[in-house]
Design a protein around this ligand. Sequence first.
Ligand code: NAI
Ligand SMILES: CC/C=C\C[C@H](O)[C@H](O)/C=C/C=C/C=C\C=C\C(=O)C/C=C\CCC(=O)O
Length: 208
Amino acid sequence: MHVNGKVALVTGGAQGIGRAFVQALLGKGAKVALLDRNSEAGQESKAALDEQFEAQRTVFIQCDVTDQEQLKGAFKKVIEHFGRLDIVVNNAGVNNEKDWESTIQINLLAANMENYGVRLNTICPGFVNTPILQSIDKEENMGQYYSYKDEIKNMMQFYGVMDPSIIAEGLITIIEDDTLNGEVMKITASQGIHFQEYSQTPFTSSKR
Ligand SMILES: NC(=O)C1=CN([C@@H]2O[C@H](COP(=O)(O)OP(=O)(O)OC[C@H]3O[C@@H](n4cnc5c(N)ncnc54)[C@H](O)[C@@H]3O)[C@@H](O)[C@H]2O)C=CC1
Ligand SMILES: CC/C=C\C[C@H](O)[C@H](O)/C=C/C=C/C=C\C=C\C(=O)C/C=C\CCC(=O)O
């Protein structure tokens, strides 16, 4: 699918990886709805992007993705505003080991989108340089894993921390290659963008 002229919705688009996604999609000619629960960061991001791209190509919608009504309303607004919706990027995420139920609810929201006739792919990055990494030093985020914070920092040094732009490059690859569906794209500092490979099994489903 060509990105040019398409309409994308990016959750958690106000900062970090989501912001890099929005920027890359705009750079490829898309119109983008940037959803985030953080209104201040969302508005700041839109203002910064408007300096680089035509303002009417980006809309910020405040939305907490865990609130089904807000989320449905946001999808409706995007279609009313831009007239269509072609690409959904389920990026919003938190690191909250003390409230793992809400972490799952936020981070894995897209799991039930397969019945909408869309291609569904996932991106699994290693460490990426975004504000979420500051949560490693906070007991309120790390909970029982707080005592591992120095180990995690050692891991970050060992494996490397990537720039969000490489994750955005992975997203554009997924959108542009229509053959990709059900794929797990891994992005690491040492191997770059690559895919999880699964061994072939002899059974072929009649539903494929
Ligand atoms: N930074 C990293 O090293 C890695 C990040 N990830 C995942 O990538 C995604 C993006 O993470 P980062 O950009 O690093 O984080 P970040 O903390 O910099 O940005 C996350 C954005 O999501 C928004 N958000 C959080 N909960 C929300 C909710 N309920 N509704 C709407 N918006 C909400 C935040 O306001 C923020 O703007 C997350 O799902 C994270 O788990 C995955 C692997 C590594
Ligand atoms: C524990 C970190 C806490 C918070 C950050 C966020 O919640 C983020 O979502 C979590 C990221 C966790 C990353 C965990 C492991 C990363 C590993 C690597 O980067 C190494 C990957 C592959 C090794 C092989 C290779 O080098 O290619």
